[in-house]
Design a protein around this ligand. Structure first.
Ligand code: DGT
Ligand code: CA
Length: 576
C-alpha cells in the first residue's frame, strides 16, 4: 500500500471517525456507517489494496459512494483529509477521556456543553468541586468512578502536581529516615524547592553502607519497577505513578550533594560561578581549594564557605537569592504557624460538601481564630450559587454560631462572579451585607487581553471588592491562564488597596510565585486561601504557603496572618 498504511490502519481510522462523529454530536447513523464499514473490512476475504485498485470496493456491502471515496484516498495517498480535519476539530482531551471507564461520547459531549470541559485536568477539577453530581446522566457514583479513571491515566503523564508527588514522597522519606545506617536523608530537586509541578521525586541520603541501602530501596513495596540501580543512585517507578531517584552519598559528601541535587540548575550554575571567583571549585562532592576539601557539616556551612547566608530551598531559582544572601540577611519567609485565619471556603449552601458547622469545627481544631465563608454568587448557577434570600438565611446561621462562641469569628463572605462587563454579581445592598467579598472570573474565559484586563480592573475599582480570587484562572497541567495583563491588574489592586488571592488549591496555585515579588513591591497584600470545598481542603493551605515562600513573602505580606482583632478592623476599614 501507498505510504505505510496497512488494512489495520484503515480499520482503526474508520473506527476513530465513528467515535469523532459521535463526540461532535452528529447523527448516530452517520457514525454507525463508519463503524460498520470498519467491521466489514475486518472480515474481508480479499486484499483491500487490490479491491481499491480494481475499483470494486463498492461491491462490499455497506460501503457506498462516500466511504468508497474516502477509503480509496486513504489507501492510495496514505492520508485522508476528511479525517485530519475532523480530528483537529475535537479537543484532544475528549479523545483521552474515552479511555476512562464509564465515559462514552454522549457523556463527554454533555460535559463539554454543560460545563465547558475540554481537558482531563478540567474534568478532574470539576469532579473535585462536585460539579458532576447534579448533571443529568451523572451522579456521585459516576463522579467517583471518573476520578478513579483519571487517576489511572495520570500515571503516564510527564509532570505531576506537587501535592501528588509529596503524597508519594513523604512516606518514602519517613521510611528512609527510619532505616538503620541512614545518617541523614532529605527531599531534593523541585519538590524540595516547593515548585508547583514536578517531573520526579529526588531524594538524597547519607549512609556508610550504600550497597545495602540501594538494595533495600529498590525492593520497597512502594516501587512498581526498578529503572536503574547502582550503589550511588537508584531510580524506581513508584506504584503511585511517578519516578523516584535516590542518591546515596557518604556522610562527608552529604551537605554538598544535598545542595547540588536540590538545584535549581540555574542556582547551581550561579553558585559555581561565585565559587570560582573565590578560587574555589564546587561540585556535588564538595568545595575544593587547591584540591583540598573545605569541610562542611551542613548546607549552612556550604553557603558560609562562599560568604553567604543560608538560602531557603524555595528561593533557589537564581532570581536574586544569592545577592540577598551576600548581605547576610534573608527574608523571614512565612510559615504555617503564622496563619491566624482562613478565607475562601465553600459549604453545602453552594457546591461544597461540608456543612457550615463542620467547617467551623475543623477550623477550630486547626487552632485558627477566624474563617471567612464564601459560597458562590447567584450567577454561578452551575455551582448552586446563592440567591439573595439564601444569603440572608446563611447570615442568620452565621450570626447564631458567632453568638455561641465569641472567641472564634465567622466572617460573612461571598465568591462573587465578575460579570463579563466587570460588574459584580448581586445588587449593591446585598453586596454591602457581607463582611468581605472575593471577586472571581468564572465565565467568558475567551475574552482578549484588553477586555479581560479591563473587566478585572473594573471589579477591583468596585468599593465592595475585598479580594481578587485566582487571578489568572489557570488549572495546572490542564488549562492555560486567560489572556491578561497581570502587572496592570496588580497595579490596579495597589491603587484601590485590594488584596490578591494566592489560591492554595494544588490545581491552581494562582497567583503564581513568579508574580508575588512584583505584587509585594507594588504594596499589594496577599491572602493565601484554600478555596476548600470540603473540610479536607483546608489542609491545602500548606501548598499555598510553599508558593508564598517561593514568592519571597513574609507574614506581614499576608493578610490572613493578622490576628482576629486586627482583621476585624481591617475588614471594617476596607468596606468604607
Ligand atoms: P524537575 O525534576 O523537572 O521537576 O526539576 P528538578 O530541578 O528536580 O530537576 P532534576 O530532577 O532534573 O535535577 C535535580 C537537581 O539536580 C537539579 O535541580 C539540579 C541538579 N542538576 C541536574 N542536572 C544538572 C546539570 O546539568 N547541571 C547542574 N548544575 N545541576 C544539575
Ligand atoms: Ca526532579
Amino acid at each position: 500500500m501507498t505510504g505505510s498504511i496497512t488494512p489495520k490502519d484503515v480499520i482503526r481510522i474508520l473506527e476513530e471517525i465513528g467515535v469523532l462523529l459521535e463526540l461532535k454530536g452528529e447523527s448516530p447513523f452517520k457514525s454507525l456507517a463508519y463503524t460498520n464499514a470498519a467491521r466489514r473490512l475486518e472480515t474481508l476475504d480479499e486484499d483491500l489494496e487490490e479491491l481499491v485498485r480494481r475499483g470494486d470496493l463498492k461491491s462490499v456491502k455497506g460501503i457506498g459512494d462516500a466511504l468508497n471515496r474516502k477509503i480509496t484516498e486513504l489507501v492510495t495517498t496514505g492520508r485522508l483529509e476528511y479525517y485530519e480535519t475532523l480530528r483537529a476539530s475535537v479537543p484532544p482531551g475528549h479523545l483521552e477521556m474515552l479511555r476512562i471507564p464509564g465515559l462514552g461520547p454522549r457523556k463527554i459531549r454533555t460535559l463539554h456543553e454543560k460545563l465547558d470541559i475540554s481537558t482531563l485536568g478540567e474534568l478532574e477539577y470539576a469532579c473535585l468541586e462536585n460539579r458532576l453530581v447534579e448533571l443529568p446522566g451523572f451522579g456521585t457514583r459516576t463522579q467517583q468512578k471518573i476520578l478513579t479513571g483519571i487517576e489511572h491515566l495520570k500515571r503516564y503523564r510527564e509532570r505531576r502536581l506537587c501535592s501528588e508527588a509529596l503524597e508519594a514522597a513523604e512516606p518514602l522519606l519517613a521510611k528512609l529516615r527510619g532505616r538503620a545506617g541512614v545518617v541523614a536523608a532529605s527531599l531534593a530537586g523541585s519538590l524540595r524547592r516547593g515548585n508547583e509541578t514536578v517531573k520526579d521525586i529526588d531524594l538524597v541520603a547519607a549512609s556508610d553502607d550504600p550497597e545495602a541501602l540501594s538494595q533495600w530501596f529498590a525492593s520497597l513495596p512502594d516501587a512498581e519497577s526498578v529503572i536503574a540501580r547502582g550503589s550511588t543512585k537508584v531510580s524506581v517507578f513508584l506504584k503511585a505513578g511517578i519516578n523516584a531517584d535516590l542518591r546515596i552519598v557518604t556522610p562527608r559528601e552529604y551537605p554538598f550533594a544535598l545542595h547540588h541535587f536540590t538545584g535549581s540548575k540555574e542556582h547551581n550554575v550561579a553558585m559555581r560561578g561565585r565559587a570560582k571567583q573565590l578560587g574555589i571549585k564546587m561540585n556535588e562532592y564538595g568545595l575544593f581549594r587547591d584540591e583540598a576539601l573545605l569541610p562542611c557539616g551542613s548546607e549552612e556551612d556550604v553557603f558560609a564557605a562562599l560568604g553567604l547566608a543560608w538560602v531557603p530551598p524555595e528561593l533557589r531559582e537564581n532570581t536574586g537569592e544569592i545577592e540577598a544572601a551576600e548581605t547576610g540577611v534573608m527574608p523571614a519567609l512565612v510559615q504555617m504557624k503564622d496563619i491566624r485565619g482562613i478565607f475562601h471556603i465553600h459549604t453545602t449552601a453552594s457546591d461544597g460538601s461540608s456543612t457550615l458547622e463542620a467547617v467551623v469545627e475543623a477550623a477550630k481544631k486547626m487552632g485558627l481564630e477566624y474563617i471567612g465563608i464564601t459560597d458562590h454568587s447567584e450567577s454561578a448557577f452551575y455551582a448552586g450559587g446563592l440567591t439573595p434570600e439564601d444569603v440572608r438565611t446563611q447570615h442568620r446561621a452565621i450570626d447564631a454560631l458567632n453568638r455561641k462562641d465569641p472567641a472564634f469569628r465567622i466572617f460573612k463572605g461571598i465568591e462573587a462572579d465578575i460579570l463579563p462587563d466587570g460588574r459584580l454579581d448581586y445588587d449593591d445592598a446585598t453586596l454591602a451585607s457581607f463582611d468581605f467579598v472575593i471577586a472571581a472570573v468564572h465565565s467568558h474565559f475567551g475574552m482578549n487581553e484588553d477586555e479581560m484586563t479591563e473587566r478585572i480592573i473594573r471589579a477591583l475599582a468596585n468599593r465592595r471588592t475585598t479580594i481578587l480570587a485566582h487571578p489568572t484562572g489557570r488549572l495546572l497541567l490542564a488549562r492555560e491562564p486567560y489572556a491578561l495583563d497581570l502587572e496592570r491588574v496588580i497595579d490596579a489592586a495597589a491603587e484601590h488597596g485590594k488584596v490578591i488571592e494566592l489560591n492554595a488549591n494544588p490545581h491552581r496555585l494562582d497567583l503564581d510565585w513568579r508574580h508575588c515579588k512584583y505584587a509585594k513591591r507594588q504594596g499589594v497584600r496577599i491572602a493565601v486561601n484554600p478555596d476548600a470545598h470540603h473540610t479536607d481542603g483546608l489542609a491545602d493551605m500548606k501548598y499555598g504557603l510553599n508558593i508564598a515562600r517561593k514568592g519571597w513573602l513574609e507574614a506581614r505580606d499576608i493578610v490572613n496572618c493578622m490576628g482576629l482583632e486586627e482583621m476585624t478592623a481591617f475588614l471594617a476599614r476596607s468596606k468604607q
